[in-house]
Ligand binder design. Structure first.
Ligand code: AMP
Ligand code: ZN
Length: 458
């Protein structure tokens, strides 16, 4: 089966064919680095990682670009409120630049713990101010921009196609917002450039033809996607919340400047919920990868949990589900490890079945079920192992490098165990039993194998 992906633009499954043979241009909206990422954010990056792995399994070279939003994302997600970076700076007492660097590093560490492959290109919004200004100038030249006392705005009423991605009810939105429009002409108009207000004392601001200030969040992605992937590329991704505003506006800007809807496919990962509500960084327990580690989980157990749900359905997080994922993962990895060395080739029939499942809009839950089927099959161990290692190129559970945890045995315990091993081999059963009793008193259990023994805390 050839690769089929769900495209939010058409609201349907479409066969995926790259625009340039053999190569895929992929843009994924990156984190706003004003705080740590929560595991909900990371569910979206896990979905995107699954997508890039499946694209690679299909033989495509993937040019994966991810931005770092380090300016311009306002607290309200609209055009009002404080910049999240400036707010983060106030919260922590560090400069906006320092926290951007700190949380970017933390984000990359999270990706690493979840075995998420890094993009081929990282780009920071603050490194691309000139590109954003010239993109806005292009929009202005085409007649879609207007200036108010607080910034430069996009006039969505001039664009008949505006809002198609989000299937927006423009008239309804306009009616609902009439009173709070301020100087904005239409409810759906959005900021391209915001002016610094003297009372804000911003740390991040630049000169631009319209006045000193900072770029809007949407223009960042349009400008960087355009720079690294061109006017029209293959796939653009983000979380489901991006459908109605952020991606709708990215498309609107590109359509105005270049007459293109920017990307051929628009794909969205659905939310991770806690107690059936949207997860947020401000409400309740802040669920970070580090918290999972502190509680004794392997972060890959969270990856496993995400693989059990399709990316287009919301997933409710709770600790019982993570416990179950951790147990299943441990057993699975132990089982794969015990298969010994892999043979020279994977089982072609199973690999085909596996890719067919993934090519059906990334059906990871079924692909994972197939991996279990293989592990229980009567294939010879070397072939079974080679097949599961091949599957793991997409699953990313780290089968190849996993080894059972070795236990740190204190030297005095080791000495008693060695003495017991000698006594046992000399058939001095009384001494062997006495030393076993000593080990028990020290809190250890010794298990005899054929050629060696193992020790575990009892
Ligand atoms: P942000 O750092 O807020 O810009 O968000 C980073 C990514 O996480 C975006 O693609 C969001 O759509 C996504 N996201 C935000 N909240 C969640 C959630 N609860 N579950 C899954 N993805 C989310
Ligand atoms: Zn974006």
């Amino acid at each position: 089966m050839s690769l089929h992906l769900y495209d939010t633009w058409t609201r349907s499954l479409r066969e995926f064919t790259p625009l340039k043979p053999g190569e895929v241009g992929l843009y994924t909206c990156g984190p706003t680095v004003y705080n740590y990422a929560h595991i909900g954010n990371l569910r979206t990056y896990l979905f995107e990682d699954g997508l890039t792995r499946v694209l690679r399994m299909n033989g495509f070279k993937v040019n994966h670009v991810m931005n770092i939003t380090d300016v311009g994302h306002l607290v309200s997600d609209g055009d009002d409120g404080e910049d999240k970076m400036e707010a983060g700076s106030r919260r922590t007492g560090e400069t906006a630049w320092t926290i951007a660097a700190l949380y970017t590093d933390a984000f990359r560490a999270d990706l690493k713990s979840l075995n998420i492959v890094e993009p081929t290109t990282w780009c920071k919004a603050t490194d691309h101010i000139a590109e954003q200004i010239s993109f806005i100038q292009e929009i202005e030249k085409k007649g879609y921009a207007y200036v108010t006392s607080d910034g430069v705005y996009f006039d969505t009423a001039k664009q008949a196609s505006y809002g198609y991605l989000g299937r927006l009810d423009i008239a309804g939105l306009q009616g609902g917002a009439r009173v709070d429009l301020g100087e904005k002409r239409n409810a759906t108009d959005y900021a391209l450039w915001k002016f610094s207000q003297p009372e804000d004392k911003r740390q991040m601001e630049w000169d631009a033809p319209w006045g000193r200030g900072f770029p809007g969040w949407h223009i960042e992605c349009s400008a960087m996607a355009h720079k690294y992937l061109g006017e029209y590329f293959d796939i653009h991704c983000g979380g489901e919340d991006h459908i109605t505003v952020h991606h709708t506006n990215e498309i609107s800007q590109s359509e105005a400047a270049y007459g293109s809807r920017l990307s051929n496919f628009w794909m969205h990962g659905y939310f991770l919920l806690t107690n059936d509500a949207k997860m947020s960084k401000s409400a309740g327990e802040f669920l970070r990868v580090q918290l999972l580690i502190d509680k004794g989980y392997d972060p890959i157990a969270y990856r496993y949990l995400c693989l059990t749900a399709h990316y287009r359905s919301q997933l409710n997080f709770n600790w019982e589900a993570l416990d179950a994922a951790q147990t299943a993962l441990d057993r699975f990895r132990q089982n794969v490890h015990s298969m010994g060395a892999p043979g020279p080739s994977a089982n072609a029939e199973y690999v085909k079945k596996f890719i067919d499942k993934l090519n059906d809009d990334l059906n990871f839950p079924q692909a994972l079920a197939l991996a279990f089927e293989v592990s229980k099959s009567d294939l010879p161990n070397p072939e079974k192992k080679a097949t599961l290692l091949k599957f793991d190129e997409a699953l990313g559970l780290g089968f190849a490098n996993w080894v059972p945890k070795t236990v740190d045995v204190p030297a005095n315990v080791r000495a008693v165990a060695d003495a017991r091993w000698v006594a046992r081999n000399a058939k001095d059963w009384a001494e062997a039993d006495r030393l076993r009793g000593e080990l028990t008193a020290l809190g250890w259990t010794m298990k005899d194998g054929k050629d060696s023994y193992t020790l575990n805390p009892s």
